[in-house]
Design a protein around this ligand. Structure first.
Ligand SMILES: NC(=O)c1ccc[n+]([C@@H]2O[C@H](COP(=O)([O-])OP(=O)(O)OC[C@H]3O[C@@H](n4cnc5c(N)ncnc54)[C@H](OP(=O)(O)O)[C@@H]3O)[C@@H](O)[C@H]2O)c1
Length: 314
C-alpha cells in the first residue's frame, strides 16, 4: 500500500512513517524541504516537495496513494500567539487542507482514505464534563481553528474519499512534543501543577496514536471524527505528580494561572483549558489501547533502553 503523509517529517509523521514502512508499505512524505537530511526510518521514505500552489503537481503524487494523511501545521506551542503567529497557525492548517483537497479532486484515481489531523482543542474549555465526539466545539481561538481545519478537507467526502478526523490529545513520547517540556521543570525541581491543576489533560501514548491511525486506515466503517486519547484521562496535577514520582523529584510549586496568562498570553489556553475527553468511537469500533492508563504509558516511556547486545569475541 502507498501511504502519503503531508507533514510527515514531524513528530507524529515520523512515527507513523516508521510503522508503515515496517509493515511493508511504500511511504512518501510531502515536505517543504525534501532535501533536508532525515534520520531513522524516514530515510526509506520518498521525500516530495509540498507545492500548495500547484495542485496538479501534488495530484500526480497522489495518483498511486491508497491513503493520504494530513498532519501539516505550524507548532501551536512554539511562541506567543501574536496576530502574525495566529495567521501562520491558521494558514498552515486551513490553507494546506484546502490545497490538499484541490489536489485530491484532480487526482485520478483518487486515494481511498484521508486521515485529517485535528486536536482536542476543538472542544474548548469543558470543566469536568465528559467529552465525546458528539460534543459541540468551543469558541476560543484554538476551537475555531480546529473547526475550520477539519472543514478544510471535508469536500473530499463528496468525491467518494473516506475521511477520518483525528482529534488528538497530548501525544506522549520521549522523542519530543509535550513530554520533554513537562519534564524539564520537574527535573530542575521547580515543577508543579499548572494553574489549579484540576484541568483535565487528555493524553495518548505515541504507540497508540500510531496504532489508532493504522486501525482507522484499515476499518472501512470508520468515518468522521475520532478522539485519539487514552480511555483514562488525568488532570494536570495527576500528570505532573506522576512525572515527578518517575524522576524522584518534588513537584509542589504550582504555576499560578495568572502568571501563565501573563507569560504566554492566549497560548495559555492550551495548558489551562480542561477537556475530559473519552475515545468513545475508537472503543466502540474495537480498538484495544496498548496503554490505557497513565501508569502503563509511563512504565513504557521510562523503561531503561534495552541493553546493547555484547559481541562475544573468540
Ligand atoms: N504532537 C501532539 O501532541 C499533537 C496533539 C494534537 C494535535 N497535533 C497535530 O497533529 C499534527 C502533527 O503533529 P506533530 O506533533 O507531528 O507536529 P510537528 O512535529 O510540528 O510537524 C508538523 C509538520 O508540518 C509541516 N509544516 C509546518 N508548518 C508548515 C507550513 N506552514 N506549511 C507546510 N507544512 C508545514 C512540517 O513539515 P516540513 O517542515 O517538512 O515541511 C512539520 O514537520 C499537527 O498539525 C498538530 O497540531 C499534535
Amino acid at each position: 500500500m502507498h501511504v502519503v503523509i503531508a507533514g510527515g517529517t514531524g513528530l507524529i509523521g515520523r512515527a507513523l512513517a516508521a510503522a508503515c514502512l515496517a509493515r511493508g508499505d511504500t511511504v512518501s512524505v510531502l515536505t517543504r524541504r525534501p532535501d533536508a537530511p532525515v534520520k531513522g526510518a524516514l530515510r526509506r521514505a520518498a521525500k516530495v516537495l509540498w507545492t500548495p500552489n500547484d495542485p496538479n503537481a501534488l495530484a500526480r503524487h497522489l495518483r498511486t496513494a491508497e491513503v493520504v494523511v494530513n498532519l501539516i501545521g505550524e507548532n501551536l506551542a512554539a511562541g506567543r500567539w501574536t496576530a502574525a503567529r495566529k495567521r501562520a497557525l491558521y494558514a498552515s492548517r486551513v490553507e494546506s487542507g484546502r490545497a490538499l483537497t484541490a489536489a485530491i479532486r484532480l487526482a485520478q484515481p483518487r486515494p481511498k482514505v484521508l486521515l485529517q489531523a485535528s486536536a482536542v482543542g476543538y472542544y474548548g474549555d469543558r470543566g469536568d464534563a465528559l467529552v465525546g465526539e458528539d460534543t459541540p466545539p468551543g469558541d476560543d481561538f484554538l476551537a475555531r481553528l480546529c473547526v475550520d481545519w477539519e472543514a478544510s478537507t471535508a469536500p473530499v467526502e463528496a468525491l467518494g474519499v473516506r475521511r477520518v478526523v483525528l482529534r488528538t490529545g497530548v501525544v506522549l513520547t520521549r522523542e519530543g512534543g509535550a513530554l520533554p517540556r513537562l519534564l524539564l521543570p520537574v527535573r530542575l525541581g521547580v515543577g508543579g501543577p499548572l494553574g489549579s491543576g484540576r484541568q483535565w489533560m487528555p493524553w495518548i501514548h505515541m504507540e497508540d496514536e500510531v496504532g489508532a491511525m493504522l486501525f482507522l486506515m484499515a476499518h472501512d466503517e470508520a468515518t468522521g471524527p475520532f478522539n485519539l486519547t487514552a480511555p483514562q484521562p488525568v488532570t494536570n496535577a495527576q500528570l505532573v505528580r506522576a512525572l515527578a514520582q518517575r524522576l524522584h523529584r518534588p513537584a509542589f510549586l504550582p504555576v499560578p494561572a495568572f502568571a501563565l496568562r501573563l507569560l504566554l498570553g492566549e497560548m495559555s489556553t492550551v495548558l489551562l483549558a480542561s477537556q475530559r475527553v473519552l475515545p468513545n468511537r475508537l472503543l466502540s469500533l474495537g480498538y484495544a489501547f496498548r496503554y490505557p492508563t497513565l501508569d502503563a504509558a509511563l512504565d513504557a516511556l521510562f523503561a531503561p533502553p534495552p541493553a546493547a547486545t555484547t559481541r562475544m569475541t573468540p
